[in-house]
Design a protein around this ligand. Structure first.
Ligand SMILES: [Zn+2]
Length: 554
């Protein structure tokens, strides 16, 4: 049982990622007097960089310096499930916190894989916690409550403190037949409601969608029927982490007399983790890609990564016809058993078109029932509020519009207070008067190649400028008297050939005007060459390239 609160103790909620965006979830709860709070972290996820906005950036994660600076007070990271936007930043950010990690078995296996890849497995191993189990971290008593989502072993958290109980839902939906793993522990959630919940901190992804998200079991029926209508090779693409969906596809294939081959590294990684955690016991035997290639088209089904149009994933290679063993052709079909993540629309669209050009039929959720969302729609959200009956609703895991609509829904369900948080806001939780009491440093950290760096250093802007209008690099050698010793050396990259001469010719004038007596160090010359080159490109082409001038003194 939790101790009674001390006079200056406060319970606070601090989102550092995932509020105002879908991705890089990172939520912290603090307890204690303001100058000496103990913290727990719930989830530590990434967001994927977008080529158009952050060219060259692979991953984006929250800036957690506020907690890193007091890491002795951070008691642990608890992961709610194994999606990348919940655990993907652990190998990158754990070294700043160096605290214990807690997760259910399946999630823990995947975290272990990440830690191993990062060379950290000798330093930290996640604690495996069973669904339904309870453990304590300082003033926080934590219970892992089984819930359903689109990956095995997702859990909500009951976080009990001397100042109240929090229900942190994680990502969830209500699926009466999730096919893999347990159903939602409705009794545990109702018990929490009876005990009295101070705040329910809840997934907002589908707050704009009415009704219910639908069950995995219905997708199984529909996919089995759909595959039965197809004659040629079939490739199905789905999120590898959706183990129930992989199981569905494999069983639908078997029912239709097809053998399955996995295509893409993530498919193997997830099925391995699922087997370790005790799932997929009756998964049909798999073929290798090479073996599958020898079967008649009507006997084979490929389960492939790349549903989001990722350029290096299996499906993109099939669409480009450059996979060593698998090829698709006229009469074959690809089923997209997945949703379109906002921002990936164009890449997916292009993939559909490439497949169509090959003569491959494209079937997707646009016109077939081949996918259900893993997030709660409005009827399910209402159910969660009926079960947990919180004093305060805190929508997280959403873009601003999702969170605002979620807050409106909660108020309409008679939740006394709904508060829409922003990353970096420190929110004190107290019955009926939750309030933002402070703002802490927050923001984004970018993983660029192997380097982590703060956002906003101008790098993305610079790369976009280079990709938009190319580069001119000019080098001038000046002798001891400040006179040009040779013709300028010019390197031009990413600029149309017909413009090159105009750029070269434009340098004559500033060189002619260069006065070594007045400008011996070449300072003015440098600037006038830069301007002349850019002006010439602009006049001939309508674009101003990034231009660099280097003065070398003999
Ligand atoms: Zn998720």
């Amino acid at each position: 049982m939790t101790a009674s609160p001390q006079p200056y103790d406060e319970l606070v909620f601090l989102p550092l990622g995932g509020s105002g965006e879908i991705g890089m979830n990172f939520n912290a709860y603090g307890y204690g007097p303001p100058e000496d709070r103990k913290w727990i972290v719930v989830d530590c996820g990434v967001l994927f960089g977008r080529e158009t906005k952050e060219p060259g950036v692979d991953l984006i994660m929250p800036d957690i310096r506020f907690l890193a600076e007091q890491r002795e007070n951070v008691l642990g990271i608890i992961a709610t499930h194994a999606h990348e936007d919940h655990i993907g930043a652990i190998p990158h950010l754990w070294p700043m916190l160096k605290c214990p990690i807690y997760a259910t078995h399946f999630t823990a296996f995947l975290i272990e894989g990440k830690l191993e890849e990062a060379g950290l497995s000798g330093r930290v191993r996640p604690h495996h916690v069973s669904l339904g189990a309870k453990f304590s971290l300082g003033p926080f008593d934590i219970e892992m409550i089984s819930i359903t989502h689109s990956i095995p072993e997702p859990n909500a958290l009951a976080i009990r403190t001397p100042l109240g109980v929090i229900c942190h839902t994680g990502d969830w939906k209500i699926d009466p037949e999730p096919l893999v793993g347990k159903v939602t522990d409705v009794n545990a959630l109702k018990r929490l409601g009876e005990e009295g919940v101070l705040a329910t901190v809840c997934d907002s992804t589908n707050a704009l969608v009415s009704g219910e998200s639908g069950s995995e079991a219905k997708v199984r029926e529909a996919l089995t029927a759909l595959i039965g209508t197809l004659k040629g090779r079939v490739a199905v693409t789905a999120f590898a982490s959706n183990v129930a969906r992989l199981d569905t596809v494999a069983k639908a294939a078997k029912q239709n007399g097809r053998r399955v081959a996995l295509v893409g590294r993530a498919m193997h990684k997830i099925t391995d983790a699922a087997r370790k955690a005790g799932y997929l016991r009756d998964f049909p035997a798999l073929l290798s890609e090479e073996e599958a290639a020898g079967l008649p088209p009507s006997k084979v089904l490929y389960l492939a990564t790349g549903s989001q149009g990722e350029p290096r994933a299996a499906l993109a290679r099939l669409a480009d016809n450059n996979h060593p063993y698998v090829s698709l052709t006229k009469g074959d079909a690809v089923i997209f058993s997945s949703r379109v993540i906002p921002g990936n629309d164009l890449a997916i669209h292009e993939l559909h078109n490439k497949l169509s050009l090959l003569g491959v039929e494209v079937l997707s959720a646009d016109d077939h029932f081949v996918h259900v969302s893993g997030h709660p729609c409005r009827d399910e959200l209402a159910e969660m509020y009926r079960w947990t009956r919180p004093q305060i609703a805190i929508p997280v895991h959403g873009e601003p519009r999702h969170m605002a609509e979620h807050a409106r829904l909660a108020r309409s369900l008679q939740v006394p207070q709904a508060i829409v948080p922003a990353n970096g806001q420190l929110i004190r939780l107290a019955p009926g008067r939750a309030a933002v009491i402070d703002e802490v440093p927050s923001g984004r950290i970018l993983l660029d190649g192997r380097i982590l760096m703060e956002e906003g250093g101008g790098l993305a802007r610079h790369r976009r400028a280079l990709s938009f209008a190319g580069l001119i690099a000019i080098t001038i050698v000046l002798d001891a008297k400040g006179r040009p010793a040779t013709d300028p050396a010019i390197v031009i990259e990413g600029i149309p050939e017909p413009i090159h001469d105009a750029i070269r010719d434009a340098l004559d004038e500033p060189l002619k005007r260069h006065n070594p007596k007045r400008d011996g160090d070449g300072h003015e010359l440098k600037e006038s060459l830069r301007r002349a080159a850019r002006r010439a490109a602009d006049a001939a082409w309508g674009k101003k390239p990034v231009t660099r001038v280097e003065i070398v003194h003999l």
